[in-house]
Design a protein around this ligand. Structure first.
Ligand code: C2E
Length: 667
């Protein structure tokens, strides 16, 4: 079966689910990654910053301590030179050594700190200068201790302070360097912090974008899937047309509009004729192609706002909206019949089809969608029973008929086992010999209540249910056995013609059934003729030709019935290996006052002669018709004028008769 692409997509929802899950997981991982990296980076840069701040502050503090201690020591030295009191001198001396101690401790601590080369060079320089200053200071202290304060004061000013100034220069350079280093380090830490921040911005932005992307994809696909689900729920997967559910909804809307505007709505129930046979014989793929093509053609024949839906199988329904008279509805129906019957080329094969259409009209035939559809369906059945490839308007009497039909269907179910289905036989007269040349077996139903029923009342039901195949097999055997008995009774040249429906013709068991019937009855194969209608051939010309050849290989004859009434042309005739052509009663009924029909019959006879085909003219109801056909050169004739179909036990009497004499045609 051909499947709409939407279905395939829906059939694999896990692919989308996996894709979406993948998107979410990636996004989640990205967010976790961003958070971890961001926090880590921030931690590192914060640590760096803290370290820089700590080191910087400590270095500066130590440098400052050294500067202060050095300054205070020099000052203390100067004061010592001016103080005479020995207690004050002692106290100042203590201060002097303390300051020296502070200086040395600060210097040692500074040397422990992380320092660059320049800083170490400056400390070394300071050390060198201090080592020059210390002996001078010691000398000054000694002079003070010796009470030579004036000399010591002079030495402070002339030697200690200048060398101390050089120490201070080195220390201030050290301080500047420490400041420069810490500023550079903090700038770098700030820059790293900035980079980390930018990374966080970037990755968060990416996560946000990915999130948006995933959300967009989720939105897009969930919208698409729900659109496709809706399409699936409301449309036929094969043709893409609205299905029964959507059709009902649209029809109801049409009815509301029609009620408001007081317009008509035409509902057409369309069923393809003998579609099952196409499916059974050519396969479902061709059947599907045919359905799609019919759907396309129907859609093309109506306006955009009219509805074309497929209810299932080979059933379509078309709704024509907003019309004020019946004419446009009927024109639409005619158009549809016309487009459906156009030949189809499917998968390289030429195929013929037709349809039967039942029409119901709002408000005349119903006010609700349910009633209108039911009535259009009922009308469609009538169109089918009336011969197919036609339309039928709904009529209230049809409901009763539909019920009757249902009852008949139930009865028919039991008819075969009760032996109620039998053959009646209608003779075919040879106008040259005046004898019955053959009998045509025609099915009858001996209904317990309704009496004898003709095939028109039940044959289509038998075909639809498929019961025709087993009934046909049983009756074929009966006809062969009956004819064998007539032959045994002395009518050795008698032939029998048995009708085959399309379903029987295309059924797998056909060849076996025919050869079994011949074998079981002992009837010579040449005495059996199978009658086919031209519609059967036209469904699939090549396959039909093969089948007819297989039948003829059994030795039987094959005839074509109702030829010329359908849509085939005489040109097709030569393609089929047939033996007999039956001239339909349509051409006979107006004889002898129909020159056109006479001309037609004359040309059919000439054509058949040319093709080596025998002919049988059907439906002779009057003597005038008989004479007319005789004059035209028709040799075998059949019709009520000779005899109606009769039960088997009445045939013997007809077989023994000299018909030329009986009809006074001997001359
Ligand atoms: N108006 C008129 N009608 C005449 C005249 N002479 C014969 N007929 C009728 O014309 C039909 C001829 O059979 P058909 O064309 O094969 O058409 C047959 C055939 O297609 C089908 N049929 C009959 N028996 C069988 C059967 O056993 N199997 C299958 N598959 N189809 C059958 O049913 C169709 C109708 O059969 P019947 O009702 O028996 O109708 C028969 C017959 O009774 C006449 O002079 N005037």
């Amino acid at each position: 079966m051909i499947i709409n692409p939407a279905v395939k997509r829906i059939a694999r929802p896990t692919a989308w689910k996996l894709a979406l899950l993948g998107g979410f997981v990636t996004q989640l991982l990205l967010i976790v990654f961003v958070t971890v990296i961001g926090l880590q980076q921030l931690g590192v840069t914060t640590d760096n910053l803290n370290k820089v701040v700590d080191v910087h502050m400590r270095n500066q503090e130590l440098t400052k301590t050294m500067v202060t201690a050095a300054r205070e020591r020099t000052l203390t030295m100067l004061i010592l030179t001016q103080v005479d009191d020995p207690f004050d001198q002692d106290a100042l001396m203590m201060q002097f050594y303390n300051q020296g101690g502070r200086f040395a401790t600060a210097r040692l601590a500074l040397l422990e700190q992380p320092l660059n080369t320049r800083e170490r060079e400056l400390i070394a320089e300071q050390g060198r200068l201090t080592s020059l200053a210390v002996p001078i200071q010691n000398e000054i202290i000694d002079l003070i201790a010796a009470g030579r304060s004036a000399e010591a004061g002079e030495m402070v000013i002339k030697q200690a302070i200048p060398i101390q100034n050089q120490v201070m220069v080195a220390l201030s350079q050290l301080d500047a360097e420490t400041h420069r280093v810490s500023t550079a380090a903090s700038n770098q830490a700030r820059a790293e912090h900035g980079v980390a921040r930018w990374w966080i911005y970037l990755l968060s932005g990416a996560a946000l974008l990915l999130g948006l992307l995933v959300a967009t994809v989720v939105f897009y696909f969930s919208a698409r899937i729900s659109r496709e689900r809706e399409q699936l729920a409301t449309h036929d997967t094969l043709t893409g047309l609205p299905n029964r559910m959507l059709f009902k909804d649209r029809l109801e809307q049409s009815l509301i509009r029609a009620k408001r505007h007081q317009t008509l709505v035409g509902v057409m129930f369309i069923d393809l004729d003998r579609f099952k046979r196409v499916n059974d014989t050519l396969g479902h793929a061709i059947g599907d192609l045919l359905i799609c093509e019919v759907a396309r053609r129907l859609r093309q024949t109506v306006r955009a706002d009219d509805i074309v839906a497929r209810l299932g199988g080979d059933e379509f329904v078309v709704v024509i909206n907003d019309v004020v008279a019946l004419t446009p509805i009927l024109q639409g129906v005619e158009k549809m019949l016309g487009v459906v019957i156009e030949p189809y080329t499917l998968d390289g094969r030429e195929i013929f089809s037709s349809c039967s259409i039942g029409v119901s009209v709002y408000p005349n035939d119903g006010a609700t969608s349910v009633d209108l559809l039911k009535h259009a369906d009922t009308a469609m059945y009538h169109a089918k029973n009336n011969g197919r490839n036609r339309f039928q308007l709904y009529d209230t009497a049809m409901n009763a008929m539909a019920e009757e039909r249902l009852q008949l269907e139930t009865d028919l179910h039991h008819a075969q086992e009760r032996g109620e289905l039998v053959f009646h036989y209608q003779p075919q007269l040879n106008l040259e010999s005046g004898r019955i040349h053959a009998v045509e077996a025609l099915i009858r139903w001996q209904h317990p209540d309704k009496g004898l029923l003709a095939p028109a009342a039940f044959l289509s039901m038998l075909e639809e249910t498929g019961g025709i195949v087993s009934v046909g097999r049983q009756l074929l055997l009966a006809a062969c056995q009956q004819t064998a008995r007539w032959q045994a009774a002395g009518f050795t040249d008698l032939n029998v013609a048995v009708n085959l429906s399309g379903r029987e013709f295309w059924h797998d068991t056909l060849i076996a059934n025919v050869s079994d019937a011949l074998a079981q009855s002992g009837l010579p194969a040449h005495a059996l003729q199978l009658e086919l209608t031209e519609g059967i051939f036209m469904e699939d010309v090549d396959a039909a030709v093969d089948r007819i050849r297989a039948l003829k290989a059994l030795g039987i004859a094959v005839s074509v019935d109702d030829f010329g009434t359908g849509y085939s042309s005489l040109a097709h005739l030569k393609r089929f290996p047939l033996d007999v052509l039956k001239i339909d009663r349509y051409f006979v009924k107006d004889l002898p006052n129909a020159p056109a029909n006479e001309a037609l019959i004359r040309s059919i006879l000439a054509l058949c002669k040319g093709l080596g085909l025998g002919t049988v003219a059907e439906g002779i109801e009057t003597r005038a018709q008989l004479e007319s056909l005789r004059k035209l050169g028709c040799q075998i004739v059949q019709g009520y004028f000779i005899s109606r179909p009769v039960p088997a036990d009445q045939i013997i009497a007809l077989l023994g008769r000299d018909w030329l004499q009986a009809f006074d045609l001997a001359a």
